[in-house]
Design a protein around this ligand. Structure first.
Ligand code: SME
Length: 157
């Protein structure tokens, strides 16, 4: 069942009561893991070095680090600055398998003043787990995170 994303957005807005990016990113992935069903990993990858994503706060098993922009679903999201929604990650040639239990993936870029700050990555063991409503709902939660957080310019210019 699709969660009530407008309600989740209001709840996340209330939960993020600091402006601190580390606290808010940790809270955001814990909140999504708790409220959105059938996920096995939720986390941030940060754009701290040119064309490389570094693992940030997450919920789930230890994950791959670092991820270059030219690899994987996260790399594609970072390179294109567009959300990536994959029904079956095993059909994606350069998918990076951190956990063989993952089958579907949704990656949303986090853009600050036109620059890529990082990405939010969700994995699910359920094939085709994410539909249009999930994509727009998670994009709305990312917008709440951006609006409620002081995001330092960790991105290389
Ligand atoms: N599967 C991702 C790598 C990150 S993990 O899923 C946590 C990818 O292909 O970019």
């Amino acid at each position: 069942m699709t969660p009530d994303y407008p309600l989740l957005a209001r709840q996340l807005h209330a939960l993020l009561d600091t402006r601190d990016w580390l606290t808010n990113s940790a809270q955001t992935c814990a909140f999504i893991m708790q409220e959105v069903g059938e996920l096995n990993w939720v986390g941030f990858y940060l754009h701290r070095q040119p064309n490389i994503l570094s693992l940030g706060p997450f919920q789930g098993k230890p994950a791959c680090h670092p991820i270059p922009f030219d690899k994987g679903v996260c790399g594609t999201a970072a390179r294109t600055e567009k959300s990536q929604r994959i029904d079956d990650v095993h059909a994606v040639a350069d998918h990076i398998a951190c956990d063989s239990a993952s089958n579907a993936e949704l990656v949303v870029p986090i853009m600050v003043k036109g620059h890529l700050w990082g990405v939010l990555d969700l994995d699910s063991p359920v094939r085709a787990r994410f539909n249009d409503d999930d994509q727009s709902g998670i994009e709305a939660l990312v917008k709440v995170f951006i609006d409620k957080t002081e995001l330092p310019e960790i991105a290389p210019s």
